[in-house]
Design a binder for this molecule. Structure first.
Ligand code: NAD
Length: 494
């Protein structure tokens, strides 16, 4: 069936073919209690499906499956693991239309964004396929009396707590390197976006992945999620989400000394000097914050602009923000919906508080509906101008289409503003002065720095944060570190 036909079917109210139950041991199983929850299409604000609410018993079953799956998968040769990851990439690409459609309905993002996420997910499997057979140890010279070497071994059963803003690609970002390393997986998708992880796990089974290697349990964070991260059989947790939940996950993991990768969001600055191209700065700042309706951990949520460039950039930025068409993800709109009613309320509360403090909301600042249907959960593209460093709009992660603008005079001031939050995920510098760009790339407190293009990068580069943005690195060769442990072997040559 073509994508157009699938979209027409959905619009005409035909039932979608969706996975039902948890995916354990390569098959769908109904939940232990029969409890279910509705999943909403944020572009309409209406429920379109239900899914199982997993409990401790479902997590138990999935972890037991993953333990057995691990014993099989860790012994599969690296060359065969490589071949399997390549096959998974092929089946993901072959099912890209269905995955992108379901992702749009579950998350509220635009179809184009969802298609990009699915393509990126397939690419993650290709990238880590190439790494599966290169996880070599090294020979260590202890002198003539010994032969010593290291082995990189898989860590075991790994847990993956998936957020709702990038359900497909965050799942792939953790699962692909885990499989390359020889680990098995239990994943818990977010409660508002349960479906694509289930579909991808089924596709991996179709590709020939052995039983129990990848398992998915849907449900609430405080139930299924909490049970998964507190389990001593889990040897690594990859968590993406809020700081508060990241702290709770860390506390749950501590008694078992379970390893963690934490990806907790940010308040990332785009720092524009007076010698930068005003149009490029305005265009990049627009899509740094309004892509995915600002629901991106590495969104460019602060524009820090030198005074001489401020007016020109603001004029261009405001006209771009006002021209953005938001609407249902299948409507061809530039910007999609906010993932949940609850989260829309959080965004509105942040901006309403800014208004009450007297902040200058230069455009936007209102909850909105899809202009075509009068339905859905939307927030206007919003720019708040000339904010002081301590304002909560500058300090707090709003995780929506809200840009905070700050003005600076000197390079030192720009650096102090850029580094002036508790986060450190991403930063971007716009200048024609190569010395300044390189100087700031060293001084900015963030896991990655881009120069003269906000989203410059790719899955080949390590990604992760400093400070309250978390720790550990995903993507790139460094993304394998979480899923391996180094063993030293020493032989006496007597
Ligand atoms: P959250 O952190 O509560 O949820 C993220 C994931 O954690 C979900 O799968 C959830 O089910 C799970 N979870 C929740 N409680 C858990 C627990 N006790 N143990 C294990 N897993 C648990 O995020 P949210 O409430 O959906 O969103 C709130 C804020 O989180 C947003 O405003 C945003 O700042 C941030 N957020 C960041 C990212 C990111 O990419 N860094 C993604 C989503 C949300």
């Amino acid at each position: 069936m073509t994508l157009d036909n699938m979209v027409q079917d959905y619009r005409s109210g035909a039932a979608l073919s969706l996975p039902d139950g948890h995916f354990i041991n390569n098959r769908f199983v109904s939940g232990s209690t029969g409890q279910r929850m509705e999943s909403f299409d944020p572009g309409l604000g209406e429920a379109f499906a239900t899914f199982a609410l997993g409990q401790q018993a479902d997590i138990d079953a999935a972890i037991e499956a993953a333990k057995r799956g691990y014993e099989i998968w860790r012994k599969v040769s690296p060359a065969e693991r490589c071949a399997m990851l390549l096959k998974i990439a092929v089946v993901l690409r072959a099912n890209a239309d269905r995955l992108a459609l379901i992702e749009t309905l579950d998350s509220g993002k635009t179809l184009g964004e969802a298609q990009g996420d699915v393509a990126g997910s397939a690419r993650l499997f290709e990238y880590y396929a190439g790494a599966a057979d290169k996880l070599d140890g090294r020979s260590v010279n202890l002198g003539p009396d010994y032969t010593a070497f290291t082995r990189r071994e898989p860590i075991g059963v790994t847990a993956h707590i998936i957020p709702w803003n990038y359900p497909t690609s965050t799942f792939a970002r953790g699962v692909a390197p885990a499989l390359a390393a020889g680990c098995s997986v239990v994943a818990k998708p977010a409660e508002t976006t349960p479906f694509t992880a289930l579909i991808m796990a089924e596709l991996m089974a179709d590709a020939g992945l052995p039983e129990g290697v990848v398992n998915v349990v849907t449900g609430l964070g405080r139930e299924a999620g909490a049970a998964l991260v507190a389990d001593p059989r889990v040897r690594h947790i990859t968590f993406t989400g809020s700081v508060a939940t990241g702290v709770a996950v860390t506390q749950a993991a501590a008694p078992n000394v379970t390893r963690l990768t934490l990806e907790l969001g940010g308040k990332s600055p785009l720092v524009a000097f007076a010698d930068a191209d005003a149009e490029k700065v305005a265009e990049d700042a627009t899509w740094a914050i309004f892509s995915n309706a600002g629901q991106i951990c590495s969104a460019g949520s602060r524009l820090i602009v030198q005074r001489a460039l401020r007016d020109e950039v603001m004029d261009r930025l405001l006209s771009k923000a006002k021209a953005i068409k938001f609407g249902h993800g299948l409507s061809g709109a530039d910007m999609g919906a906010i993932n949940s009613d609850l989260h829309l309320g959080r965004i509105a509360a942040h901006v309403d508080a800014a208004k009450a403090r007297g902040c200058d909301v230069a455009t936007g600042g209102q909850v909105a509906k899809d202009p075509e249907t009068g339905k859905g959960w939307f927030y206007e593209p919003t720019v708040i101008a000339d904010l002081p460093a301590e304002d909560p709009t500058v300090q707090d992660e709003i995780f929506g289409p809200v840009l905070a603008v700050q003005v600076f005079d000197s390079e030192d001031e720009a650096l102090a503003l850029a580094n002036g939050t508790e986060f450190g995920l991403m930063a971007s510098v716009y200048t024609r002065d190569i010395g300044r760009a390189l100087r700031l790339s060293g001084e900015l407190n963030s896991g990655q720095v881009t120069v003269n293009e906000y989203w410059a990068g790719g899955i080949e580069l390590p990604f992760g944060g400093n400070g309250k943005s978390g720790y550990g690195r995903e993507k790139g060769i460094e993304g394998l570190d979480a899923y391996t442990t180094t063993k030293s072997v020493t032989v006496s040559n007597y």
